[in-house]
Design a protein around this ligand. Structure first.
Ligand SMILES: C[S@@+](CC[C@H](N)C(=O)[O-])C[C@H]1O[C@@H](n2cnc3c(N)ncnc32)[C@H](O)[C@@H]1O
Length: 225
């Protein structure tokens, strides 16, 4: 559902946002092409600032296996896949829309990550629990960015179960244009994201923080029980 402009208070001042963007060097040609295409087709991708941040955290954590929920055209998947390490490195990413899947598949090939990036077609509601049932605790990274934000709460437990201890959960849009801070906003997406944030912060299995970059990015670490 499109966001109500009445509830858009913004996270970062626009001038600061442009300043941050101006500091970063241009993305490589493949990512840059996807950024331009996303702008043209209004595909909501994480963008270069969040991509850079996730990639740097992952390069330090050295994960081998990642699960992504919400592939779109493969932009965040490329940032994640390129940060994976080891002989068995693998990104598993889930997408409902066949057209997005096709774009992602082409982009993974162009980015040279197609050999170890697998796209699974289907509804995350069904696919995530299926994957987790067979791979419980096997992922070092889970990135939750499904377009239907009302699924965030329903998918949280599966995402945490998918992670091994010491793994990282990222979730995008967790400040939802600032709407989470406006108590008058009772739209299903805002209510769910608010609930998701409370659950993540109070979850005994996790240490969590929301980084107020772009639309808000949650980073949570799965602790030793
Ligand atoms: C925000 S976009 C993902 C952007 C991507 N992570 C990036 O930053 O490059 C969300 C994607 O989730 C997909 N989606 C929406 N509902 C879904 C569902 N129930 N199951 C799987 N994918 C879904 C949409 O088709 C869309 O491509």
């Amino acid at each position: 559902m499109p966001r109500d402009p009445d509830y858009q208070i913004g996270i970062i001042n626009e001038k600061v946002d442009s300043y941050l963007a101006s500091l970063a060097s241009k993305s490589d040609p493949v990512l840059f092409e996807i950024e331009k295409d996303a702008e043209k087709r209004s595909v909501p991708i994480i963008g270069p600032l969040v991509g850079r941040m996730i990639s740097m955290i992952l390069k330090s954590a050295k994960p081998e296996r990642a699960l992504e929920v919400g592939t779109a055209t493969g932009y965040s998947g490329i940032w994640i896949a390129r940060s994976l390490q080891g002989d068995k490195k693998k990104l598993t990413t889930i997408e409902l829309d066949p057209k997005m899947r096709e774009s992602a598949s082409n982009n993974f090939r162009k980015a040279g990550v197609d050999k170890y990036a697998e796209i699974i077609s289907g509804d995350a509601r069904r696919v995530v629990p299926e994957i987790v049932a067979k791979n419980k605790g096997l992922f070092e990274v889970v990135f939750l960015d499904v377009g239907d934000k009302t699924l965030y709460v329903d998918l949280l437990d599966s995402c945490v179960d998918a992670l091994r201890v010491g793994g990282l959960l990222f979730a995008d849009n967790t400040l939802w244009g600032g709407a989470v801070a406006l108590s008058k906003d009772k739209t299903p997406e805002t209510v769910t994201i608010r609930k998701f944030n409370e659950l993540v912060y109070s979850d005994k299995r996790l240490d969590a923080a929301i980084i107020p970059l772009r639309d808000g990015v949650t980073v949570a670490y799965k602790k030793n029980p």
